[in-house]
Write a protein that binds this ligand. Structure first.
Ligand code: LMR
Length: 400
């Protein structure tokens, strides 16, 4: 009966790892998926995560009962504080409802389904380009996806004019997806002043901001700084959606830990919204898993563990920044044609190199370097040892 099922293509990002795994070459390099690697090229489990797990395992009072539909209460409270700030008036006024979800993807999906059911305007504007999964999440979540201009390939920076024009002509009430920091895939973020302009426009046009915060602490190494954009929107008293992920900043990728926060006008609305979120979640996966959220809650509520986390987080962010410098220097040393300053200007996990599909295919074929076909490379997958190989490949790709 399934004889007619057509083979689907691999995922544009996760499929890169599938291809990489099949390559027997000893020099192969996976710069596709945004997953942190050490200088030795190994996945990293943070020390602080190991410590938290140790505490959890040795606590005999811990049980494996189902969590409530909305997840672990401590985790939810602490996650809202982490993104909004511990002194956030929205939290103090009980205007925020937070539900534990399956990482960033799950948080976005639950938010989308809630909006499709309860919000009058079903159109969401997402930046062009954006993370490959956004369109699918929002479309399958019941929203209509449109794009706004974001990246300018000529300056390799933000097209603020185009962005403001497109949001200005969006129908009133439209939802706008914003990357809180470290825009994926471009590594290009608005400046603080530009965020101010975007906020003013969004509020004056009555648009609804939906933040995807997948890299808090990863962009600058500072958790508060990377939450500035979100906090700016929340401090004006307006509504706001925020999807948080702990995949990158705590290295909890496969644990699937995230949260959806909805900032409402008042406490009464927030509690009604929460009651409806439960109706979205229960038939989808019933309730979220307990382990990852317990790790996060353990770390966030203990001052020492929290401080240790911030140090490890900063070390990851710093290593990525060092990789940017090394790659830039390596291309300069080779005299590779073109201007490569965007490598050091862009921020977060990725560099949007400007290499085209053909050049990417060339680098994969000739150098066994794997990356998404849009020319995005995960800086977190690079190390001092592999920078020369990548620089050789880029040089060959642009000069061949
Ligand atoms: C990425 O963009 O590489 C990451 O966010 C991982 C993913 O799920 O796509």
């Amino acid at each position: 009966v399934f004889g007619n099922v057509v083979r689907a293509p691999e995922d544009p990002i996760l499929g890169v790892t599938v291809a990489y795994n099949k390559d027997p070459s000893p020099v192969k390099l996976n710069l596709g998926v945004g997953a942190y690697r050490t200088e030795e090229g190994k996945p990293l489990v943070l020390n602080v995560v190991r410590k938290a797990e140790h505490l959890l395992v040795n606590d005999r009072s811990r049980i494996k009962e189902y969590l409530p539909i909305v997840g672990l209460a401590d985790f939810n409270k602490l996650s809202a504080k982490l993104i909004l700030g511990s002194d956030s008036p929205a939290i103090q006024g009980n205007r925020v409802t937070t539900v534990q979800c399956l990482s960033g993807t799950g948080s976005l999906r639950v938010g989308a389904e809630f909006l499709a059911k309860h919000y009058y305007q079903r159109t969401i504007y997402i930046p062009n380009p954006t993370w490959g999964n956004h369109t699918k999440i929002f479309t399958l979540g019941g929203l209509t996806v449109k794009t706004y201009r974001y990246y300018d390939p000529v300056t390799r920076g933000l097209n603020i004019q185009g962005l403001l024009e497109d949001l200005n002509s969006a129908p009133s009430g439209s939802i706008v997806l914003l990357h809180a920091c470290a825009h994926n895939p471009t590594g290009v973020d608005p400046t603080f002043d530009q965020w101010g302009q975007i906020r003013q426009l969004i509020r004056s046009k009555n648009l609804l901001p939906f933040f995807d915060s997948a890299y808090q602490g990863f962009a600058s190494g500072n958790l508060d700084k990377d939450a500035e954009s979100v906090r700016m929107f929340v401090s004006d008293g307006g509504e706001c959606f925020i999807a948080q992920s702990y995949a990158k900043n705590m290295g909890l990728y496969g644990e699937r830990v995230g949260a959806l926060s909805i900032v409402c006008r008042n406490a009464d609305v927030a509690s009604r919204v929460e009651s409806q979120l439960k109706l979205v979640i229960r038939p989808m996966y019933s309730s979220p898993p307990i382990h990852g959220a317990s790790i996060v809650a353990t770390i966030l509520k203990d001052r020492n563990l929290y401080n240790e986390w911030t140090l490890e987080l900063k070390a990851m962010a710093d290593r990525i920044i060092t990789m940017r410098k090394q790659l830039f220097d390596a291309l300069s040393a080779r005299g590779t044609p073109g201007n490569w300053t965007h490598i050091i200007k862009q921020i977060g996990m990725f560099t949007f190199t400007g290499l085209n599909t053909k050049q990417v295919a060339f680098m994969t074929k000739e150098f066994h370097i794997y990356m998404t076909s849009d020319g995005r490379i995960s800086m977190a997958g690079l190390s001092s040892r592999t920078v020369p190989h990548l620089a050789d490949a880029i040089h060959a790709a642009v000069t061949t």
